[in-house]
Design a protein around this ligand. Sequence first.
Ligand SMILES: Nc1nc2c(c(=O)[nH]1)N[C@H]1C(S)=C(S)[C@@H](COP(=O)(O)O)O[C@H]1N2
Ligand SMILES: [Mo]
Length: 248
Amino acid sequence: MKEKIISEQQLKRKTFFAFAFFLFAGVVVVLLWMWLRKEPKEQGVQPTLRSGLLLNENIFASTFNDDKLVKTYPVSEAVKQVRVNGNLGLRSKLDSSNWRLHVIKKGGDTLTLTMEDIKRLPKTEVVFDFKCIEGWSQKTWWGGVKVADFIKYYKLEEEARFNFAGIATPDKQYYVGLDMPSFQHPQTLLCYEMNGKPLQLNQGYPLRLIVPVKYGIKHIKRIGTIYFSNQRPPDYWAERGYDYYSGH
Ligand SMILES: Nc1nc2c(c(=O)[nH]1)N[C@H]1C(S)=C(S)[C@@H](COP(=O)(O)O)O[C@H]1N2
Ligand SMILES: [Mo]
């Protein structure tokens, strides 16, 4: 190899330009940051940052494959001390005997179901790594009815053609929007059991969503209403700046 010999003067020039370049790049970053911070927030986050989230969403949604399953584990690996997080929509007293699942159909009719109507369908169980955006995860064991089975049994195929499902607690204090491929994913459950026993109140008794392809925020506890829409249904945490898609 031939070494290139440069003079001390050339070296000084190179050093100067390299330094000037880094200084310039640094100033650009600071200015961008200042500008971004001043940008008025919409739905809890600056629109420029939101467009980053949407770009991610488009990439993930386009590679989303219905048949690709989230990794599952044997029941023996499920934790016994299950962590509980978030009680929005659970603070109001639950009137168990009058609880119903309301599914709003395409024409506007409502399908009103009791827990017995739901438990009539085959039970599916899943043990997976439940991830919260706060940075913790746990292998947890859930049981319930596959949303895909539920759609077939209650003839909701027309509704399943919408782009989104919206789900809310009975008191409407917590609500999530889910893209239809994730809602109908084979591992998504209308869940009524945890560790082989009925859900605890703080775990979402009598019925919650378990959607393993998503972060915890989408696993809404104590479902009251499910509806369908081609527009993004309101989503509690997305309104506060979090990623709407929240897939992983
Ligand atoms: N109704 C309701 N569901 C909710 C929440 C909430 O505040 N209210 N929090 C969500 C969040 S952020 C997480 S991480 C999970 C936690 O579920 P767990 O309490 O069963 O661990 O529930 C989700 N579902
Ligand atoms: Mo969470």
